[in-house]
Write a protein of this length. Structure first.
Length: 118
């Protein structure tokens, strides 16, 4: 089992920034790709970003490219999501997830709320 705990969400005005953190425990952190997803009320869950086990590969959803940056610190078992130039449409609950393979999302955190006001 892998336990994931997100933090860093909050309320911010449009154009502002937030940094989310996802701390993992329970298994070898470097065995897992870590991804962020988000879900707004009444909408489907949306892919945000993925980082590979040692950070050599990063992938982003089209709606966040150029504004969000995913990174990881394996010494701290932590993945970060730096979110800049936030827009009201970025408002959602953000979840981190861990998986061993491409497009596998085996473990999920409880989510952290991000609210962007216009």
């Amino acid at each position: 089992q892998v336990q994931l705990v997100e933090s860093g969400g909050g309320f911010v005005q449009a154009g502002g920034s937030l940094r989310l953190s996802c701390v993992a425990s329970g298994r070898t952190f470097t065995d897992y790709r870590i991804s962020w997803f988000r879900q707004a009320p009444g909408k489907e869950r949306e892919f945000v970003a993925t980082i590979t086990q040692f950070g050599f590969g990063t992938y982003y959803g089209d709606s966040v490219k150029g504004r969000f940056t995913i990174s990881r610190d394996n010494a701290k078992n932590t993945v970060y999501l730096q979110m800049n130039s936030l827009k009201p449409e970025d408002t959602a609950v953000y979840y981190c997830t861990a998986g061993r393979k491409v497009s596998s999302y085996d473990y999920w955190g409880q989510g952290t709320q991000v609210t962007v006001s216009s």
